[in-house]
Design a protein around this ligand. Structure first.
Ligand SMILES: [Mn+2]
Length: 325
């Protein structure tokens, strides 16, 4: 049986709002309550969070101690740039040099706290680094600014890992670096040992990427530092329980993570609006573990043999065998 390193995001353990039900579908909870809920879920070993919204200058020492007491690691720590209206026209690519500098400074401050909290990974999600209209962005300058900002941030503390997480749209109609190919190009250009990639399964799926292929491109350059798990209908970032819609893509991804000897975290980036978030986390962990149980029902060498023969008939038979047929 696989024992997976599972981390849960704190942002969905309280109220979750959409643009129709702005107050959220349930009452919010304090950070202390969220930490305690996560600690009670079997299999959760770490937490993911943002600064300066969820974690603040006032509470970070208390939260680090609380995490230690509960036996939880701080896995992912992220500058919450996209929730501040100051950066509505861009974070690291903001056309106003003063706002751009403020964004980079906040990222650096987040990194300073991350090392104090022993957070393993910092995420850069471009989010507001994007555009809604044609002619709205200076694309030449924006790439300069994004590459320069990421390099400066990564160099601020080379001991701290930074990952770029890609997503093609929302909140902007277009977000920069929408695919694994865009990300790998600039990560390889910047070429810092502490700069890598976070593959968010749902973000890959909405771009019609097959996960096994995105994982291969990332692992080829030893840049898969983190993963985010969820599922969707390939139209929108629904953030529902992994394996409920795109089942075989998930199973193939789990297979390839083993092949590449991925030893990082399985971050759960879910967004349950109507369901109890603790139960959604539990079922997600079960689905991921069950995925490996299904893979274990057939010899891995029989799956590898299919790469040599390209035998689709054999593949269908192995798939049925995994399902108990
Ligand atoms: Mn994510």
């Amino acid at each position: 049986m696989h024992s997976l390193k599972i981390s849960a995001g704190v942002w969905y353990l309280g109220a979750t709002s959409d643009r129709f039900v702005k107050q959220g579908y349930r009452p919010d909870r304090t950070m202390e309550e969220k930490f305690k809920i996560a600690a009670k879920i079997k299999g959760v070993g770490g937490l993911e969070m943002h600064y300066p919204t969820e974690v603040t200058d006032a509470n970070y020492k208390f939260l680090k101690k609380l995490a230690n007491d509960l036996g939880l690691k701080i896995v992912q720590f992220c500058p919450h740039l996209w929730v501040d209206p100051r950066w509505k026209f861009g974070q690291f690519t903001n056309p106003d040099p003063k706002l751009r500098r403020e964004a980079i400074d906040l990222a650096k401050r987040t990194m300073d706290l991350a090392s104090e909290m022993e957070a393993e990974i910092m995420v850069y999600w471009p989010a507001q680094d994007g555009y809604d209209y044609p002619f709205q962005m200076d694309h030449r300058q924006a790439l300069d600014d994004l590459v320069g900002g990421l390099a400066e941030w990564a160099d601020h503390n080379p001991k701290q890992k930074v990952v770029v997480e890609y997503k093609a749209w929302e909140p902007r109609a277009h977000i920069l670096l929408p695919t694994i190919g865009h990300c790998m190009t600039i990560v390889n250009e910047i070429n810092r040992p502490n700069l890598g990639i976070n593959i968010d399964v749902g973000h890959a799926l909405i771009m019609k990427e097959n996960l096994a292929e995105s994982i291969a491109l990332t692992c080829r350059y030893q840049k898969l530092f983190h993963t985010h798990w969820n599922d969707n209908w390939k139209l929108f970032d629904d953030d529902i329980i992994p394996g409920t819609v795109n089942f075989w893509e998930m199973i193939e991804a789990l297979f390839w993570l083993d092949e590449w000897k991925y030893d990082g975290w399985f971050g759960l980036d879910l967004f349950p609006y109507r369901e109890d978030p603790a139960l959604v986390v539990e079922e997600t962990i079960r689905n991921l573990e069950f995925g490996y149980e299904l893979l274990d029902r057939v010899p891995r060498d029989e799956l590898r043999e299919c790469f040599r023969t390209s035998d689709a008939i054999k593949i269908v038979q192995l798939q049925r065998k995994m399902l108990g047929g």
